[in-house]
Ligand binder design. Structure first.
Ligand code: LLP
Length: 432
């Protein structure tokens, strides 16, 4: 059984997060429930800040990709820990601004930003806007000119790096809706258009090759391709760009199988490659941006459920019915994503049953995990699914009009709600 650092088992054989009994938390706040360890979150942030200090003499910044989990409280933690923020929609930007996040440390991404979203980003003077395609470049040029502002931008490129992860999370290849291709000349064309725009300041180039990547080599390859392109930009236009954004995608450990590199290993391999290329091409060492999402919040979260039934189908399988499902935990239904599950009130008992954890939504594919190990459970038990901090709350829905659960933060032995759970009235409030 793989337990993330913030997870333990206490003397009563109950699962803990940040030292607090998860069965008590479930009793106090109800289930289903997202619970997070603030200490783990902060430690994950510090892995990046420490590694950037070490590997780049501080000449870089980690921007938390809040698509992994966006709420004001976590924006504030990232700010306190010295991270910037990568936002991907008007409302992620709005959340960050409402949290008081410094706009100059926000980078605004997205492959089809609306004019309203671009205007909000320009009006709030975000640090960088990441341009994804030519129509967006034209819209932004117009908006900046109308507002009489100079806007710092980066260009999202596709470096054609194939990565080994699930298909939905591969984004750096030419057959992708994201960014400008290098091979076709569209990237260089975009660079020249930005340089001649008069109101856009091209700080650098960006790529994001995928998510849940388990090797540093793919990042190193992407660095080499982008730095070669920076050299080409200098040669063709005379412009020497000052920033390189290598995106996110640093894999985390979900189960016993598979060991991703540690954050300092990713950062040091990337830093070494940037340094080597800067020397090779006679470029100044760029400021290096990283965009971790999953690796900041993933390991810090667990989701708690109450078991409603155990249905043994002889010779077929055993279903354990929970009060959650694909509405709050969509990653198994979408990607067959693996998680570890533990019975929180029997954490010391043998972990020797093979079960399917089912949700309460009206479809057979509404499963949280299949053929997963668990203790022998019965109705009323609390089941914890581990490492659920990334892309669960953020991708949750109200399918079957199920309210999204609350997020409870554990800090120094205390718990508090940082995102309220939805009520039935929250769900009908827009019905006319
Ligand atoms: N930067 C950009 C431009 C991205 O598109 C993403 C994620 C990140 C950074 C952060 O990647 P991370 O460090 O979290 O891997 N819903 C999927 C993951 C989709 C990732 C989308 N982009 C999942 O549940 O696994």
């Amino acid at each position: 059984m793989y337990l993330p650092e913030c997870i333990g088992i206490n003397s009563q054989g109950r699962l803990t997060i940040g030292g607090v009994d998860t069965v008590k938390i479930a009793g106090q706040y109800g289930t289903p429930l997202y619970v997070m360890s603030e200490q783990q979150l902060r430690e994950n942030c510090r892995e990046f800040t420490g590694a950037i200090r070490e590997g780049l003499d501080g000449h870089g910044l980690a921007l938390y990709s809040c698509k992994a989990l966006c709420c004001k409280y976590i924006c504030n933690i990232c700010d306190e820990e010295g991270l910037g923020l990568n936002v991907t929609s008007g409302c992620e930007l709005y959340t960050a601004l409402k949290a008081g996040f410094p706009a100059e440390k926000i980078s605004f991404h997205g492959n089809n930003k609306s004019k309203a979203e671009l205007s909000l980003a320009v009006d709030s003077s975000v640090g960088r806007i990441n341009i994804d395609n030519l129509p967006e470049l034209e819209s932004l040029t117009k908006i900046a000119a109308e507002k009489g502002k100079t806007v710092s931008v980066m260009l999202r490129l596709k470096p054609s790096v194939a990565v080994h992860t699930f298909e939905a999370a591969q984004t750096g290849q030419i057959d992708s809706k994201f960014g400008f291709a290098l091979e076709t000349g569209e990237a260089m064309d975009a660079v020249k258009r930005v340089l001649s725009s008069g109101c856009l300041n091209l700080t650098g180039i960006h790529c994001h090759i995928g998510s849940q990547i388990f090797d540093s080599d793919s990042f190193v390859l992407a660095v080499r391709i982008l730095m070669e392109f920076m050299a080409k930009i200098k040669e063709e236009t005379g412009a020497e760009l000052s920033e390189l954004d290598i995106g996110g995608g640093f894999g985390i450990k979900y189960t016993d199988s598979g060991n991703p590199p540690k954050i300092p290993e990713y950062v040091s391999s990337i830093s070494a490659a940037v340094r080597e290329c800067a020397t090779l091409y006679g470029l100044k060492m760029p400021f290096v941006l990283f965009e971790p999402g999953r690796s900041i919040v993933g390991s810090a979260g667990v989701t708690l459920y109450t078991v409603g039934f155990v249905k043994e189908i002889p010779g077929v399988r055993t279903y354990v019915g929970t009060d959650g499902g694909m509405f709050e935990s969509p990653r198994y239904a979408l990607y067959k994503a693996k998680f570890e599950a533990v019975c929180a009130n029997r954490a010391n008992e043998p972990w020797d049953q093979t079960v399917t954890l089912a949700g309460k939504c009206c479809e057979s594919g509404d499963l949280i995990q299949e053929h997963t190990r668990l203790q022998k459970v019965e109705p009323g038990d609390i089941v914890a699914v581990l490492s659920t901090g990334a892309y669960n709350y953020s991708m949750a829905s109200n399918y079957n009009r199920n309210p999204r659960p609350a997020i409870v933060m554990v800090k120094e032995g205390e718990t508090k709600v940082v995102v309220r759970g939805e009520s039935y009235d929250d769900l009908i409030k827009n019905d006319l």
